[in-house]
Design a protein around this ligand. Structure first.
Ligand code: AMP
Ligand code: TRP
Length: 331
């Protein structure tokens, strides 16, 4: 084993192609070489309002999606965050090591809080500290994520360093980000300058892993394009075409340049038809398997509970050592 991986995904709606290409398919591959811990971060989800019933459903749905994508829960650890108390307990300790100035720099808070910053929850503001706790509670060595999480990971490293310095220990490992592949930032199908996201109000902006073949093909056909002839990669001038090329290359597991060469003189609709076929070919088996798993929610719960037990067995002792280092009297 070359180290211990930790990563997380929010249960705030169906997983989409950005999650899959930017993160999950790498998580699947990494299971072979690393001890892997994958967490459905329900405590992160409530930093924005969630409907309780939907949150519980989405947690099971994300678990099913991860297993359908190839996460093996008998090998890797798969669980939901709120079932392992060490995350929030460690977050408090780390909160006390994190200067407010560091949090003020987080761009995702600014984006998510929008104009209503004064009304945003303290949870949304301190979200990156909970994320640091997720990782440090396992002393994970590597964290595979999409581009958008880079700044949060830098904060996790800084926080680990601040704790070690404050207490004069070499306790926390500084986790390495792993931002892998070509599709580290998959963009919206409606606007090539915006990230594909679960929270976009238009369902046509993203491909969900739950979409059936017809919906999926229709979304690709309706994806925004441009009037320029041929298909080429130029994120500045042709953000939409560039995004679709990147998606194609990532799904086909081919270098982007090769795909660009192949479609250089093709018209856009031909390219989109081929991309739609490729999406259906790669994603339909995942969707089918996910539906099968979701028919038995008790089995998903059993898998998550088992994962929580294994996660707690690692994080519990680490938290107790942290409590000892900071000087908490423990019974
Ligand atoms: P989230 O849905 O925000 O919990 O993200 C789960 C994982 O998917 C994280 O590693 C993100 O960096 C990654 N991710 C989310 N959206 C995208 C996107 N549009 N492109 C690439 N990776 C993404
Ligand atoms: N913040 C991440 C996201 O929105 C999810 C996440 C929470 C995470 N805790 C983590 C990712 C720990 C990696 C490691 O995508």
């Amino acid at each position: 084993m070359s180290g211990r991986i930790f990563s997380g995904v929010q249960p705030t709606g169906a997983l989409h192609l950005g999650n899959y290409l930017g993160a999950i398919r790498h998580w699947v591959r990494l299971q072979q070489d690393y001890e892997a811990i994958y967490c459905i971060v329900d405590q992160h989800a409530i930093t924005l309002p969630q409907d309780p019933k939907e949150l519980r459903g989405a947690t099971r749905e994300v678990a099913a999606a991860l297993i359908a994508c190839g996460i093996d829960p008998t090998h890797s650890i798969l669980f939901n965050q709120s079932t392992v108390t060490a995350h929030s307990q460690l977050a408090w300790v780390l909160m006390c090591q994190t200067p407010i100035g560091w949090l003020n720099r987080m761009t995702q808070f600014k984006e998510k809080a929008g104009k209503q910053r004064e009304n945003a929850s303290a949870g949304l503001y301190t979200y990156p500290v909970l994320m640091s706790a997720d990782i440090l509670a396992y002393n994970a060595t590597h964290v595979p994520v999409g581009e958008d999480q880079k700044q949060h990971l830098e904060l996790a490293r800084d926080t680990a360093g601040a704790f070690n310095r404050q207490f004069g220990v070499e306790f926390f490992t500084l986790p390495e980000p792993m931002i892998l592949g070509e599709a580290t930032r998959v963009m919206s199908l409606r606007d090539g300058t915006k990230k594909m996201s679960k929270s976009d109000t238009s369902d046509y902006s993203r491909i969900n892993l739950t979409d059936d073949a017809d919906t999926l093909a229709q979304k690709i056909r309706k994806a925004k394009s441009d009037p320029i002839e041929g298909v080429s990669f130029d994120p500045e001038k042709r953000p939409e075409a560039s995004n679709l090329l990147t998606i194609y290359a990532a799904l086909a597991d081919r270098p982007r340049q090769a795909v660009e060469d192949e479609f250089a003189s093709a018209n856009f609709s031909t390219f989109k038809n081929r991309l739609a076929e490729l999406c259906v070919e790669k994603l339909s088996p995942i969707t089918t398997e996910m539906r099968r798993l979701l028919a038995d929610p008790a089995e998903i719960d059993r898998i998550l509970d088992q994962g929580a037990g294994r996660a707690d067995a690692i994080a519990g002792p680490i938290l107790r050592q942290v409590y000892d280092i900071v000087g908490f009297r423990q019974g």
